[in-house]
Design a binder for this molecule. Structure first.
Ligand code: FES
Length: 150
């Protein structure tokens, strides 16, 4: 669940006695070693009207890749080529603020999609094929409208 990253650090004394020492990192350093745990999986949830899917999502993959890997009921027909709009989801407000607004190209896809206007929600709607899983998405709630279910 965690990658272990060993970071070598060296304390560099400052010229004045009142200043705090600076830390530096280097492959050649022979100073102190610090172990930092970096999570490579986050827990998040997809929801439909009838089902909830909890999954351990790999950081760096798209939300769509992780949903499909976990057999979540989402269409994602074009598999991330940004032509189908069948991976449209509603993010919880916190997650939406973390991933940000859709690109112009993504907005164009929403505009062109037929039958989507009734489920498009400003400030919540995104194409999940365009969202990378990051550690900040830990605990995200992602709602799949009926039109995007597989
Ligand atoms: S899977 Fe087609 S636009 Fe995202």
């Amino acid at each position: 669940m965690f990658k272990t990253l060993a970071v070598r650090t060296r304390i560099i004394p400052h010229l004045t006695s009142s200043a705090k020492p600076l830390l530096a990192t280097s492959k050649e350093n022979r100073g102190l070693s610090t172990v930092v745990d970096i999570p490579d999986i986050v827990k998040l949830s997809f929801h439909t009207e009838n089902a909830d899917f909890q999954l351990n999502a790999h950081i760096g993959n798209s939300l769509l890749q992780e949903a499909k890997r976990s057999n979540v009921n989402i269409a994602g027909i074009c598999e991330g080529k940004k032509v189908c709009n069948s991976c449209h989801v509603h993010l919880d407000p916190r997650s939406y603020s973390l991933v940000g607004e859709p690109s112009e190209e993504e907005v164009d896809i929403f505009d062109l999609a037929t039958g989507i206007s009734d489920v498009y929600v400003p400030g919540r709607s995104r194409l999940c094929c365009q969202i990378k899983v990051t550690d900040a998405l830990q605990g995200a709630d992602i709602f799949i409208p009926h039109s995007s279910q597989g």
